[in-house]
Design a protein around this ligand. Structure first.
Ligand code: KG4
Ligand code: ZN
Length: 346
């Protein structure tokens, strides 16, 4: 009996739905992005995101079922991002999932957003490059997104231990804020990568090594960029800088150096058999190249469309969660959900 899961993801500024079979096959994946709406404000406006999600609920569900060629009778469970994320945005997805689960008499499976990003690496489009073979355990996971920067050790399905995390800004958040300082459009990550390509770094920006830990910090680096932008602006520019390339390159070099060095060291210490990268920043080519060069274990990442927020990854994670914890489900009439993500240190 195939396990066909309808998944919803609405933790930030994307409202997404997907139909995933057996944790691997993506029958359909639809992402309603609000990037254009928020670009005007230079960042995600939480209240606007939640309201916009409401508009997407019905059309996105109809589209994803039609694209998957499935009807409600073929759906075995509904998965939804439980958190972390923006409260108003999460509520829209969770309530849509609970309502559909109640109406159809299906289990509503809560999924931790980070666990979803990690499981993007188990979806068929990610496995294609490896002849369908999943990442071997123990796997060292680097999760780098707009909201998170974490290093986790995954010993088996559902067995996660957090080794370190950012003490301030997430890596993607730093990319976005620095993009704004440099006068680049939102989101800053892809813009900085583009601006930095084939450029010489302005100079060597600081790296917060935080010795003896697997933690990260990017706020000092952001301030260093701010000082350099101010210095350049004295020459007349009111906003951004005339040529963002050299500073974008220096910033990216610093972030990539710290992320790749710490990931490689953790992989070595924990004798990881694979290193998997997840989250929006995993789309960064310079990060991928540095990890490939430094990591003691083979490095994997999903195709770009599965690196950024999507619902297929939530459907994948839910499939494995249901295997390790078959009873896991939201109480449809309670406002609180069960804790689903066990990270050793926090
Ligand atoms: O995973 P994601 O879609 O959303 C969150 O859960 O936060 O990640 C979005 C983040 C943004 O901060 C964006 O700037 C960053 O991923 N990002 C990149 C690149 N593409 C997206 N950062 C660096 N280089 C990229 N190519
Ligand atoms: Zn995300």
């Amino acid at each position: 009996m195939p396990d066909t899961i309808l998944a919803l993801e609405s933790s930030c500024d994307e409202y997404a739905a997907a139909v995933v079979q057996d944790g691997r096959e993506v029958l359909a994946s639809v992402v309603a992005s609000q990037a254009e709406l928020h670009a005007r404000y230079g960042g995600v406006v939480p209240e606007l995101a939640g309201r916009e999600h409401l508009r997407s609920v019905a059309p996105v569900l109809e589209t994803v079922l039609a694209e998957a060629g499935r009807d409600w009778d073929s759906i075995d469970g509904i998965a939804v991002t439980q958190g972390p994320g923006l409260g108003g945005s999460l509520l829209v997805g969770i309530n849509a999932a609970k309502a559909a689960a109640w109406a159809r008499g299906l289990p509503c499976i809560p999924v931790h957003h980070i666990e979803g990003h990690i499981y993007a690496n188990w979806l068929a489009p990610s496995l294609d490059a490896y002849d369908g073979a999943p990442p071997p355990f123990p796997a060292l996971c680097l999760v780098v997104s707009g909201g998170h920067t974490e290093l986790l050790l995954m010993r088996d399905h559902g067995d996660f231990r957090r080794l370190g995390q950012t003490l301030d800004d997430a890596a993607g958040e730093a990319f976005d804020k620095v993009g704004r300082l440099l006068g680049l459009p939102f989101p800053g990550g892809p813009e900085i990568e583009r601006a930095a390509r084939d450029r010489t770094p302005a100079d060597r920006l600081p790296r917060a090594w935080l010795p003896g830990t697997y933690d990260f910090s990017f706020s000092g680096l952001k301030t260093a960029v701010l000082h350099r932008v101010r210095a350049l602006q004295e020459d007349g520019a009111a906003e951004g800088v005339a040529d963002p390339g050299p500073l974008a390159r220096a910033f990216q070099d610093s972030v990539v150096d710290v992320l790749s060095a710490k990931t490689a060291r953790a992989a070595e210490e924990h004798e990881a058999r694979s290193v998997i990268v997840a989250g929006g920043v995993a789309a960064n080519g310079a990060l991928r190249a540095a990890l490939r060069e430094r990591s003691p274990a083979p490095v994997r990442w999903p195709p770009p469309r599965l690196c950024t927020d999507n619902a297929a990854m939530i459907g994948g994670a839910a499939f494995y969660r249901r295997r390790t914890d078959p009873a896991l489900a939201f109480d449809l009439f309670s406002t609180s959900g069960p804790g689903v993500f066990q990270a050793g240190t926090g």
